[in-house]
Each structure stands twice: as C-alpha cells, then as structure tokens.
Design a protein around this ligand. Structure first.
Ligand SMILES: N[C@@H](CCC(=O)N[C@@H](CS)C(=O)NCC(=O)O)C(=O)O
Length: 74
C-alpha cells in the first residue's frame, strides 16, 4: 500500500506533511498548484470533490497477487 499526498505549500497543506513526517510514514507528494486552479481540474475533483487540498489517498500495489493464485509446479 502506498500513500499519496495531494497538497500545496499553504498552512493547511503543510499540516499534513508535518503529521506524516512525525509518524515516519512513507508517502509520495503530488503538488496541486491552487494558484493556478489545479484544484478545479476534473482529475483532482474525483479525489477531492470540494476542491480542497490537502487530500491523501492510499493505493494498492498494481501487481498484488495472492500466493494462492500461483499455478502449482508440474
Ligand atoms: N481543513 C479543510 C480546509 C482546506 C482548505 O481550505 N484548503 C485550501 C488551501 S489552504 C484550498 O484547497 N483552497 C482551494 C479552493 O478553495 O479552491 C479541509 O481539509 O477540507
């Protein structure tokens, strides 16, 4: 599982970065430039319907496989 933080350099945006750093969690930052209205783009509105940063998401690894789904050796 990976954590993605959508944020910008504002007091509200920095709060979550501080929390994640204090918790020692690994995360990836996706900057959303609210000065350029990137928070209003449809891709971001799917993540944050009220067009606010910060937002965080956890993503499952794409190639996650159950050990039970492996074919038995012949
Ligand atoms: N704590 C609230 C407030 C977040 C907030 O106000 N974010 C501002 C930046 S500090 C924002 O995204 N503004 C962009 C906009 O309203 O279009 C939340 O997380 O929903």
């Amino acid at each position: 599982m990976s954590l993605v933080l959508y944020t910008w350099n504002t007091p509200n945006g920095r709060k979550i970065s501080i929390m994640l750093e204090e918790l020692g969690l690994r995360y990836v930052v996706r900057p959303i430039d609210i000065g350029r209205d990137q928070q209003l783009k449809s891709e971001f509105l799917r993540i944050s319907p009220n067009n606010k940063i910060p937002r965080s998401l956890t993503k499952k690894p794409k190639a996650a496989r159950s050990p039970c789904s492996k074919a038995a050796p012949s």
